[in-house]
Design a protein around this ligand. Structure first.
Ligand SMILES: O=c1ccn([C@@H]2O[C@H](COP(=O)(O)O)[C@@H](O)[C@H]2O)c(=O)[nH]1
Length: 279
């Protein structure tokens, strides 16, 4: 079985280093001339999947924007996931789940078990009940060729208060998360399957990412103010593992499919240029 780290490495080699989010904000639905209801959600998600599913390496539906329409929104999330996977994109579901281990096992069944209706290639997870509590997700990911992206240094300004707090051992909370995930990916080739989320907005925080040996999802590009040119400052020598992520910056170009593709192509060209310069 191919690991998620391998599949991601291949997808990026074939399609370029880019993750595009599907975030159907009410304002974006209005901008696209769509109603803020289930029908608008369905048309928005289908348009993005048709335009980008066969050319972008990773597509990241933001679960919250589907969940706000209840079971009908979740049904659209299911069909969007299916459509994206059939088009060849890796699907990273942004759900930021985390809980006590026995409940995390249920999340693992929901998202990382191939028999689940919401099965995806990877999910985002929150480590604030302890990195060890996420073990059932890590185990399921490894067993089924999936991936997990654990929050480490998020792109929002409020994250620093918790993530950069210093623990009893002298490391920050974020460094502790980074170090534990590094252990899980030790020896994996070409890349481990357990990634981290590190915002492109955070600047040089002095955290050591050099031993992660897993993918580094970088949200915060575009609408939150960061640009591809900020990536070297944030990631330093770990730049080759970065998966840049844009949502509104690309989605603002819709609903025209060609304009969406052109926006994604621009984003991938900007990132490829920066990431290649530092390899
Ligand atoms: O640190 C984080 C973790 C996740 N996100 C999510 O990424 C997108 C960003 O959307 P933009 O429109 O590109 O700002 C969104 O779904 C967030 O929930 C993040 O921004 N930062």
């Amino acid at each position: 079985m191919e690991t998620f780290g391998f599949r991601l490495h291949r997808a990026v080699a074939e399609r370029g280093p880019l993750c595009v989010g599907i975030d159907p904000h009410p304002g974006l639905l209005a901008r696209w001339g769509l109603p803020d209801d289930v029908d608008g959600l369905e048309r928005f998600a289908r348009t993005v999947a048709e335009a980008l599913g066969d050319r972008v390496a990773v597509i990241k539906p933001q679960s919250a924007f589907f969940e706000r329409f209840g079971s009908r929104g979740v049904a659209i999330l299911e069909s969007t996931i299916r459509q994206l996977r059939e088009a060849g994109a890796l699907v990273l579901l942004d759900v930021k789940r985390g809980d006590i281990g026995s409940t995390v096992a249920a999340y693992a069944s929901a998202y990382l078990d191939p028999s689940s209706p919401l099965y995806v290639d990877a999910v985002t997870a929150s480590p604030y009940l302890g990195v060890g509590s996420l073990a059932p997700m890590f185990e399921s990911a490894v067993a089924h060729g999936g991936g997990v992206f654990v929050l480490a240094l998020t792109s929002n300004p409020e994250g620093a208060q918790v993530q950069r707090a210093v623990t009893a051992g002298g490391r920050t909370v974020a460094q502790l998360v980074i170090d534990e995930i590094s252990q899980l990916n030790r020896g994996a080739e070409p890349l481990g399957s357990i990634g981290l989320v590190v915002g492109a907005t955070i600047g040089d925080t002095g955290h050591d990412l050099s031993r992660v040996n897993g993918p580094l999802l970088a949200p915060g590009l575009g609408a939150q103010g960061a640009t591809a040119a900020d990536l070297p400052t944030v990631f330093g020598s770990s730049l080759s593992a970065v998966l840049p992520s844009y949502s509104r910056e690309v989605l603002n170009a819709g609903p025209d499919a060609d304009a969406l593709r052109a926006a994604a192509d621009r984003a991938v060209a900007d990132c490829r240029h920066i990431l290649a310069a530092r390899h």
